[in-house]
Design a protein around this ligand. Structure first.
Ligand code: DGL
Length: 267
């Protein structure tokens, strides 16, 4: 088994800044981990893309990123990419890959009413992967699904410090609560990594509901896969790499800096 250098980073990947919700949990658990965060801004949003587009795009980009940064592990912090392309990515890369899928299992363990909501992108909520999570982990429960692409733009805007109309959050929750059985909903799976970034706003729109996301599961997987590895005592500042123009990131810089992502570059 080859020895992983302590400077080898964890590589996070998302279509945009949604993966920061996962990065935060990982940084809390592994504060000395060197970080590269890749955002596919040239491809955002993934939620309106076809399965074929995602399956071709994500492994190709990750191949280039792995070659450039030689990470110890790749964390795909994007439910859309994972529910469609996780198998393709694992087949294409020779580093461990941790994925993010909707947290239906923890939701099923926590619900009292047996009615679970799932907010995700249009591409995620229609996946057979979600049917399988439902069947495996919540077979006797009702799973209400709602595609909320507006929340992706809202999270991006919030991180840029731009105002967002609160009606966006009310509409997203109504998309679940107005369905048959929606009145019995007591837990909502945030099945897109952008959504925990606006969890406070969603909670304000539906104060009686609990929210759950996949970040804790990813932290557990990364801890497990790196348990015999070392971390630098004084890690370098994190890198943020975009597939789009760096110039478009100006208003995002304060948020990126707050995650220690100060080296900004393009792929
Ligand atoms: N953050 C991504 C996810 O977890 C998707 C956002 C998008 O590009 O539509 O699904």
């Amino acid at each position: 088994m080859s020895i992983v250098p302590s400077s080898a980073p964890l590589l996070f990947f998302d279509s945009g800044i949604g993966g920061l919700s996962v990065l935060k949990a990982v940084q809390d658990a592994l504060p000395n981990a060197p970080i590269v965060f890749a955002a596919d801004y040239a491809g955002l949003p993934y939620g309106i893309k076809t399965e074929a587009e995602i399956s071709a795009r994500v492994p190709a980009l990750l191949g280039r990123l792995v070659e450039r940064y030689q990470p110890r592990l790749v964390a795909i912090a994007c439910n859309t990419a994972c529910t469609i392309a996780l198998t393709h990515v694992r087949a294409a890369l020779d580093v461990p890959v941790v994925g993010t899928v909707p947290a239906i299992k923890p939701a099923a363990e926590a619900t009292q009413s047996g009615v679970i909501g799932l907010l995700g992108t249009a591409a995620t909520v229609r996946q057979t992967y979600v049917d399988k999570l439902h069947k495996d982990h919540a077979p006797n429960m009702t799973l209400l699904r709602h595609a909320a692409p507006e929340l992706v733009s809202a999270a991006e805007a919030k991180m840029r410090g731009e105002p967002v109309d609160p009606a966006v959050y009310v509409r997203a929750m109504a998309g679940l609560m107005d369905q048959p059985d929606g009145a019995r909903l007591d837990i909502v799976v945030l099945g897109c990594t952008h959504f925990p970034l606006v969890e406070d706003e969603l909670r304000a729109a539906a104060p009686h509901v609990e929210f759950v996301d996949g970040a804790a599961g990813i932290v557990g997987r990364i801890r497990h896969l790196t348990k015999d590895q070392t971390w630098p005592v004084d890690p370098e500042e994190g890198t943020f790499v975009t597939t789009g123009p760096v110039a478009r990131l100006n208003t995002l810089l304060p948020a990126l800096f707050s995650f220690g992502l100060t080296r900004i570059t393009s792929l």
